[in-house]
Ligand binder design. Sequence first.
Ligand code: OGA
Ligand code: NI
Length: 339
Amino acid sequence: MEQLVASWYNGRSLPETYVLPLEIRPGKLNVPVSTNIIPVVDLGGHDETAIIQQILEASQEFGFFQVINHGVPSNLLDEAMNVCKEFHAMSAKDKAVQCSNDLNKNCFLYTSSQRYATEKYHFWRDSLTHFCHPLEKQIQFWPEKPTRYRNVVSKYTTEVSKLGSTILGLISKGLGVSPEHFSNGLTENPKMIVNHYPPCPDPTLTLGVPKHRDPVLINILLQEDDLCGLQVFKDEEWIDVEPIPHAFVVNIGYVLQIISNGKLKGAEHRVVTNSNSARTTASFFVSPSDETLIEPAKVLVNTSSPALYRSLPYKDFHSKFLVTSDWKELEKFVRTTSA
Ligand code: OGA
Ligand code: NI
């Protein structure tokens, strides 16, 4: 396996292969950026119409929002975060024994991006990835160490999966799409990604994850209480997504942009590193099964709003996503020729 960053970073200066070209380097960090402007949606409120409106506005303007009073117990969030940190704190040997390094397996561990072998430069991240559904089938592939991993993460993914259905239910109402639209193959294959960004010798020269859109419907992200790292690209500026304890960060992925025929925005974001502390996050990718067709919802397509995207099986979209680092090329691949 390529060497996990966590195995060698300590005491080293930043290797050349992690120094990014000037145009994508974060450069000066700590310059004032707009803070606290990502909308926060209180899901505990009783005015559903108002909640839907806030979610839709945030999804159109930023492609990002945070949710509070979301119903997932705080102690479960703490336990999940702790067990994710414990996983990445294990020895490289233990981690390797617990999962495969084969990207086609149900559970695997990789470093940088899923293109390590072909990428020109690397990124400062180690990630554990596994599928979550159906739980009875998938859990056997998850790490057995830390010993609490399966127990805690199965409770966590069950709860977050319900939250995903709630959020997509609200989005479907807002878009005027049938609520059943998202209860079939489009959300059948959720995936958990446990990201770990060790302390970095020079955060100005490299990134944890470069600018990207998530290849899914939505991502529900758990981040640590006191560490920034996730940034959203809006109006040519990077905006920090400041942690709110026990909140989730939700972002719209490119697949939902396609389904909504461009009404919602698959947000561009990246992850910066920091030199003081390791940062761990857990992404819950709400994603389609391989054979499911992804295409604009029929009710959103008419003569004044023609389909911007063609219809294709999710697996074709995802394979293209994995090999394409150029965003424009991927857009071209999914757009209709007339759009
Ligand atoms: C991702 C992602 C953000 C973070 O997993 O796609 O953007 O802060 N993660 O780890
Ligand atoms: Ni992402």
